[in-house]
Design a protein around this ligand. Structure first.
Ligand code: ADP
Ligand code: MG
Length: 620
């Protein structure tokens, strides 16, 4: 049943609920809708007209919680009870963040007793998960929307960085649920941004678009092909730990040097550290339009020039350019095939960033939309599409890392390769290695390397209750279902018996900070050795199966095999076992072939006998 509510602003009755679009940012969050009158996306403002809600929370006495701008001053006056950059902790373990622990002025702890071992944040005597904290920001956005629209809001679309893994996407979805919002779709930020620019929508031209998104905490670059209103993500790359915060950090260090302060006297958890941090951000913003920033801090004058600032941040900007190069390579496009470069995120206001991106792609960049708002505006457009108000736009996204399972010898068997369009489904059949095996262990991994030990384990479970059958007879069908949010469901079915089991990937902690980026690099630098290892493991596995099979055959059909044949076979087995220990792929394959050569004449003869006896009704 449709809900009816009255929009007091316009005096009209609205039968349908509005679905809002939310940019849940590391630094700033905001909510946007499609204006019912103009049909254009707008970000909703609070009473003083600002659209950005700083992603900051303060916990006061009696657990009174303030969110956004009102929480901001507490960064200085009450740092241990003031939370910021919580998005960086979403779906992460303490181990993941411990190296950056000094960055946070609040207390991050890992709860040893909790099986997921995700980080918790301690405020007074209460422990909060990043999901709970994010839900408080979402609640604030929900209230804002309800206040402005004078109606109940219960459905939304939330954006996440393209690099968010399953756990982080799920944590975001849960945060929405906790805030009383049904999350209809989780979409990638660059995808939302390109929607906001509306390039190619409802037109029959084809455009290749780069979305460069540098915010406060994350960097993403995506390359999209837009054809007839279809958004096709060709590739994504980025770094979940790179952004304007790093620029601030550079300036903080610079100011500390000028003030004669050292990290140890500054004890990063003090109010002073926070003051310097805020001052640094101020300086950074002013250097967008000025050549120098000067001020007095605790009776000492400090300053930084635009040139000095650019020198400090150059390595970070270079890192983003390298990611652009990788994304371009993955997309299979040449620079001159790129039609548009979109600038997204507050940090793209830095002139050096604009210039470097322009230089790299050798073309003018497009920065006409407010870089803080584009993602939320795009989310609102997606929300409107889901509400059924637009039908001629279809969104395709890609999965940033490959998904697969462990097979014999610890090899990664990829079912859904990296950069596959989602939603997506893939399946493959496997079998047992031992006679009468009643359970099969299924371990799901994410990553690009050939051995699972080099990839990230997402989950493991055992498909049990398989009826006793000889090795190789059971047919275990594994299905991967990757939904539109990038969340994975794994289904295992033994087809002969119908035994089945389905799991949703269990929450596990996220990747460590640099891992996301190094993972892709590692797959390239180790490609050669990975291929060699895979070949060796495959040869070894085949050889071991051959030995097992041959021995079983000898035992079972001894009476039909001559002693010479038996001893020749034993020699062949010994030779093969020796080859396996030498770890030389070619020797193993050769010995396998020789064993096969020894056994095939009598194997054929014995099988003929077996068939003949079976026809005579005798047991073999
Ligand atoms: P996020 O997506 O991580 O929430 P935003 O896109 O809101 O981040 O960008 C926030 C970042 O943009 C902050 O680091 C902020 O300091 C930076 N920023 C905002 N305005 C400017 C500016 N004029 N010059 C440089 N950086 C800016
Ligand atoms: Mg952002």
């Amino acid at each position: 049943m449709a809900k009816i509510s009255i929009n007091i602003a316009t005096g009209t009755i609205q039968k349908e609920e509005i679905i809002v679009g939310i940019d849940l940012g590391t630094t700033n969050s905001l909510v946007a809708i499609i204006h019912p009158g103009t049909k254009l996306p707008i970000a909703l403002t609070d009473v003083d007209g600002t659209t950005l809600v700083p992603s900051i929370l303060h916990f006061g006495d009696n657990k009174q919680i303030t969110v956004g701008n009102t929480a901001r001053p507490f960064l200085e006056t009450d740092p241990s009870n003031t939370i910021y950059s919580v998005k960086r902790l979403m779906g992460k373990s303490y181990k993941d963040v411990s190296t950056n622990n000094a960055f946070y002025s609040y207390k991050i702890i890992d709860d040893e007793s909790a099986n997921e071992k995700l980080v918790k944040i301690q405020i007074g005597s209460t422990f909060y998960s990043p999901t709970e904290l994010s839900s408080l920001i979402l609640k604030e956005l929900k209230h804002r929307a309800e206040h402005v629209l004078k109606m109940n809001i219960s459905k939304c679309v939330i954006t996440v960085p393209a690099y968010f893994n399953d756990t982080q996407r799920q944590a975001t979805r849960d945060a929405g649920k906790l805030a009383g919002l049904e999350v209809l779709r989780i979409i990638n930020e660059p995808t939302a941004a390109s929607l906001a620019y509306g390039i190619g929508v409802r037109s029959d031209e084809t455009k290749n678009v780069v979305v460069y998104d540098l915010g406060g905490g994350t960097f993403d670059v995506s390359i999209l092909k837009i054809t007839d209103g279809i958004f096709d993500v060709l590739s994504t790359h980025g770094d979940t730990y790179l952004g304007g915060d790093d620029f601030d950090h550079c300036i903080v260090q610079h100011f500390m040097q000028q003030l004669g302060l050292h990290a140890e006297d500054l004890k990063l958890h003090t109010a002073m550290a926070q003051s310097i941090r805020l001052l640094a951000e101020d300086a950074k913003k002013q250097l967008t339009t000025q050549d120098i920033f000067e001020t007095v801090f605790e009776d000492k004058s400090i300053s930084i020039s635009k040139i000095g600032f650019e020198k400090l941040i150059e390595p970070f900007v270079q890192k983003t350019i390298q990611a652009c190069a990788q994304a371009l390579k993955d997309s299979g496009l040449q620079k001159n095939e790129i039609d548009v470069v979109l600038m997204v995120g507050g940090s793209t206001r830095v002139p050096l960033v604009k210039q470097q991106v322009k230089n790299f792609f050798e073309k003018e960049i497009n920065d006409t939309l407010n870089p803080d708002e584009v993602v939320a505006l795009g989310a609102a457009i997606q929300a409107d599409i889901l509400a059924g108000n637009t039908s001629d736009v279809l969104l395709l996204d890609v999965t940033p890392l490959s998904l697969g399972i462990e097979t014999m010898g610890g090899l990664m068997d990829v079912l859904i390769p990296r950069n596959t369009k989602i939603p997506s489904k893939a399946g493959r059949q496997y079998t047992t290695q031992k006679d009468g095996q009643s359970g099969i262990q299924i371990a799901v991994y994410q990553g690009e390397r050939d051995l699972v030990k080099d990839n990230r384990k997402l989950a493991a479970f055992t498909l049990s209750g398989i009826p006793a059958m000889p090795a190789g007879l059971p047919k275990v069908d594994i299905q991967f279902i990757l939904n539109a949010d990038g969340i994975l469901q794994v289904k295992a079915t033994e087809l002969r018996s119908g035994v089945a089991q389905t799991i949703d990937i269990q929450p596990q902690y996220g990747l460590t900070d640099e891992e996301v980026e190094t993972r892709l690099l590692a797959s390239l630098t180790h490609a050669k050795e990975d291929i060699q290892i895979r070949a060796l493991v495959e040869a070894k596995t085949e050889a071991e199966q051959m030995i097992q099979l041959t021995q079983n055959f000898l035992n079972k059909h001894q009476q039909h095999i001559s002693t010479e044949e038996q001893s020749a076979t034993q020699e062949g087995i010994v030779a093969l076992e020796l080859a396996i220990t030498e770890k030389d792929k070619n020797k193993i394959m050769l010995a396998t072939e020789q064993l096969n050569h020894i056994t095939s004449p009598f194997a054929e003869r014995v099988m003929d006998i077996a068939v003949a006896s079976a026809l005579n009704g005798k047991a073999v």
